[in-house]
Design a protein around this ligand. Structure first.
Ligand code: NAD
Ligand code: TYD
Length: 357
């Protein structure tokens, strides 16, 4: 098992990154430090880590307000912290935004990853006791028909500006391993859901719209299929990969839980109604079919046997339980919701971190 002293987490203020940092401190048994390097775009929210900041801030947890496209800033952080592991989440992550504005995706996901790789190569030189772990998506594999699965050796066939930018970053990571011997691992995961999810993505958007009696916008015929992975299970998979995964190798991570979008939305309606003490079908009338997303991938389905067999990972929750926990989390965290919606959290950041910038 590999051990690290200081893990640099890029994009740690985002949905999966913040859940990963919490997993590292609370569940993994890790005794070292973690540095959260984040630009704090609209999707980054330090309120997602207030408990960690309170308990470990300044001793084992540190925040650095840095853009991964700023190589000097990244180099300075590496030198100041002496990080021996980088877990790279930072990205523009929303497909719809990549359709209306692809430029930021190229900048952060491609150029930013390139910068980070260059900085790691320069800082670590030829060290072999270090690791660069890259988080990617199953969307790089393209779209499936009614049958079949994505395997680790499935050829890349990205179809949105988002997935194309992620595919490019995956290739760069592997190229740095093959060309320069940089120790890397890579994971491609399916759609995550759970607490601290920015409410532009399907599941949190539908939950909040149910609570507020707003329309539930289903794209196209609602029969596009996604595989849903609970974010805490993703965090435990990443931990397994960074500590025990084979260097230079890649692993698929999935929930093994394929559902058409309409089924997901109906289930959210039922769970949200139950948790809110309403009749079971109360929210279903809010379902509204809207114009389809251009180039909307039809089906993603992931085979993650390699991770299960080689590293002994498995999912811990059923979709129904994970969704119930998620709905409860949104019900119990109105302040977080208000903060991401109102931009209040930006003021909080300015107040709390201005002095450090
Ligand atoms: P997110 O959008 O919630 O968070 C992204 C984080 O990255 C934010 O904190 C943001 O401030 C930060 N960031 C963006 N640009 C940056 C930059 N230039 N420099 C530094 N920080 C920057 O994303 P997420 O859903 O947590 O996704 C994390 C990673 O997982 C991404 O690489 C994404 O491609 C991948 N992924 C996500 C999913 C999913 O279902 N959410 C599925 C597969 C893969
Ligand atoms: P999303 O959460 O954006 O993730 P991704 O595009 O990365 O899979 O969308 C999940 C699925 O839900 C996708 O098929 C698009 C669909 N969708 C809707 O039907 N309505 C919505 O409002 C959103 C955001 C997504």
């Amino acid at each position: 098992m590999r051990e690290f002293k200081t893990i640099l987490v890029t994009g740690g203020a985002g949905f999966i990154g913040s859940n990963f940092i919490r997993h590292v401190f609370r569940k993994s048994g890790y005794k070292g430090k973690a540095v959260n390097l984040d630009k704090l775009t609209y999707a980054g929210n330090l309120l997602s880590l207030t408990d960690i900041e309170k308990e470990y801030g300044g001793t084992r947890y540190f925040f650095e307000h840095v853009d991964i496209c700023d190589k000097a800033g990244v180099m300075k952080t590496l030198k100041d912290t002496g990080a021996d592991c980088i877990v790279h989440f930072a990205a523009e992550s929303h497909v719809d935004r990549s359709i209306t504005g692809p430029g930021e995706f190229i900048q952060t996901n491609l150029i930013g990853t390139f910068n980070l790789l260059e900085a790691a190569r320069e800082f670590w030189k030829d060290r072999k006791d270090v690791l660069f772990h890259h988080i990617s998506t199953d969307e790089v594999y393209g779209s499936l028909g009614d049958i079949g699965y994505f395997f680790e050796d499935t050829a890349y066939d990205p179809r949105s500006p988002y997935s194309a930018s992620k595919a490019g970053s995956d290739h760069l990571v592997m190229a740095y391993h093959h060309t320069y011997g940089l120790p890397v691992t890579l994971s491609n995961c399916s759609n995550n859901y759970g607490p601290y999810h920015f409410p532009e993505k399907l599941i949190p958007l539908m939950i909040l719209n149910c609570f507020e009696g707003k329309p539930l916008p289903v794209y196209g015929d609602g029969m596009n299929v996604r595989d849903w992975l609970y974010v805490e299970d993703h965090a435990s998979a990443i931990w397994k990969i960074i500590t025990d995964g084979k260097i230079g190798d890649k692993y698929n991570v999935g929930g093994e839980n394929e559902r058409p979008n309409l089924e997901v939305v109906n289930l959210i309606c039922e769970i949200a109604a139950g948790e809110n003490g309403k009749p079971k079908d109360e929210y279903k009338s809010l379902i509204t079919y809207v114009k389809d997303r251009p180039g909307h991938d039809r089906r993603y389905a992931i085979n993650c046997d390699k991770l299960k067999k080689e590293l002994g990972w498995k999912q811990s929750v059923t979709f129904e339980d994970g969704l119930r926990q998620t709905v409860r989390w949104y019900l119990n965290n109105p302040e977080w919701i208000e903060s991401v919606r109102s931009g209040e959290y930006r003021k909080w950041i300015e107040k709390n971190y201005a002095a450090r910038d």
